[in-house]
Ligand binder design. Sequence first.
Ligand code: G3P
Ligand code: MG
Length: 270
Amino acid sequence: MGCIEISKTKNIMTYTKMSHGFFSDNVLNIAHRGASYDAPENTMPAFHLAANMGAYGIECDAQLTKDGEVVIFHDVYLNRTSTGTGKIADNTLAELRKLDAGSWKDSRFSHTSIPTLDEVFDEMPTHFLFNIELKSFAIFNQKLEAAVARLIDHHRIQDRVIVSSFNLLSLLKMRRIDPSIKLGLLWSPYVPLFLYDYLIRYVISHEGFHPHWKSVTVEMVKQARRHGRYINVWTCDDSLAMQRLIKMGVASIITNRPNLLREVLYSETK
Ligand code: G3P
Ligand code: MG
């Protein structure tokens, strides 16, 4: 396992090398939907800003368009974060590209389009990590997993990707399609943890367990490590909580505010 080399020049933490992918002894700074506190979620400006703020990677939400392209968008419906209406899955990529996915956040971001996963892989720095959350809403006949696996393979970035989902079937499918892709099982705070402890974790092999940050305990982190798994928590924007999670030994913190997490990580390493 490699390591992140951290240099503390100019009082900021930057990485100079990242060879281990998601699994490291350092706590990784992963920007939730990009730097989504400051820029429109799941867009290229939010992803670039995350990189500039010192994030090691991003979490982003993947969905399939009507014509089978993988785009990055959180909701089922277009209206909250774009100028469109209706479902994302009912539109072709060409139709989605005409929408503005930035101005709802701030007029500075008008004319920002919904990105494709291919574009995200192409444009982000070559060391960048990707936590791709599959927003797979259908149980059967979902082609999202195969399309995402194809893109990861095309870009040859298996070592920089973890595919996560709340949907167990989606993860099972992904494991069958490409066993080399690391998987993260997302766990809702509304589902009792004993179901995971006694049942689900035996059903599917997964490298990452992704609970809400408020559900994490020291014992959970230790137990995960004993089983060779890493705890990646979402979505924490509170500096005191970040400090606690770092001390607990989580592998990564997913945050809307990667600049805040960078400061916390820096002060923890002083
Ligand atoms: O991957 C963590 C987090 O993104 C899960 O919830 O709704 O923000 O996609 P959501
Ligand atoms: Mg997500």
